[in-house]
Design a protein around this ligand. Structure first.
Ligand SMILES: CC(C)(COP(=O)(O)OP(=O)(O)OC[C@H]1O[C@@H](n2cnc3c(N)ncnc32)[C@H](O)[C@@H]1OP(=O)(O)O)[C@@H](O)C(=O)NCCC(=O)NCCSC(=O)Cc1ccccc1
Length: 212
């Protein structure tokens, strides 16, 4: 049984690209700002001057605030524009962001970089961030196979510390049983697999019932 959810967002592709071209550079600048908040070593006067600049930018953006989140507007029935997602969202400075490649067999893969803003133990990626990324790529695997769902149970085994820097993650479908889909994933650093995950994904009953 597969569920191919319709996309709720029918905005023309050219309009989507125009909006992306406006918002992507802001998020990229904000990502560098986040990195420099933890990595810059300028003197106190420079820090205070930068703070004033940031506050001026915040005052501009605050002029008009959305009434719905990006997910509420664009993801209610599909996954066309996950721009606010904290792992892949092009408008979200918290997101590294990951570019995930997936196929209908339920395989998903991504290469990405985790900088100093994601540090947990010295020089290593925070375990919660590792888990966040693995959960996300597991979601891509099940979604690509037509078995989208919410994570019901997520199990993560940390094999070795995940060093900050260039990383890779892969996910694949393991098995299906009725409404449940099990997928597995791992993260790979320069010294091999750093963490493994298994997730059980379930499309919530109220959505399943729309398809039955
Ligand atoms: C949807 C569900 C997990 C299950 O509700 P319902 O549909 O009403 O379940 P129902 O009672 O009809 O049972 C059906 C079958 O499932 C079984 N089963 C039930 N529960 C569990 C379980 N926990 N774990 C394992 N199995 C469970 C149950 O025994 C039964 O099995 P059976 O057929 O008898 O063999 C609900 O509890 C929920 O929404 N939880 C919050 C989820 C949430 O917030 N997740 C985090 C946000 S998602 C995210 O961030 C990741 C992401 C990122 C990007 C992209 C995509 C994803």
């Amino acid at each position: 049984m597969n569920w191919h959810l319709p996309a709720a967002d029918d905005t023309p592709a050219a309009e989507v690209e125009r909006e992306a071209a406006v918002w992507r550079p802001l998020a990229e600048a904000a990502r560098e700002l986040v990195d420099l908040c933890v990595m810059s070593d300028v003197d106190a006067d420079e820090v205070r001057a930068a703070q004033a600049d940031v506050e001026a930018a915040v005052a501009r953006l605050r002029k008009v605030r959305r009434t719905q989140t990006l997910g509420q507007q664009h993801l209610t029935g599909g996954r066309r524009r996950p721009w606010g997602n904290p792992v892949i969202g092009l408008r979200n400075p918290i997101a590294p962001p990951l570019q995930v490649v997936s196929d209908a067999t339920g395989r998903a893969e991504t290469q990405f970089r985790c900088g100093a803003a994601y540090e947990g133990p010295p020089g290593l990626v925070h375990g919660g961030v590792v888990s966040l990324i693995l959960d996300q790529i597991l979601g891509h695997a099940v979604g690509a196979a037509g078995r989208p769902g919410m994570t019901g149970t997520l199990t993560v085994v940390y094999r070795q510390g995940t060093p900050l820097g260039d990383l890779r993650a892969e996910a694949w479908i393991d098995r299906e049983d009725g409404v449940k889909t099990w997928a597995k994933a791992h993260m790979v650093g320069p010294d091999g697999v750093t963490a493994e995950a298994e997730g059980v994904f379930i499309l919530p009953r109220h959505i399943r019932e729309r398809f039955s």
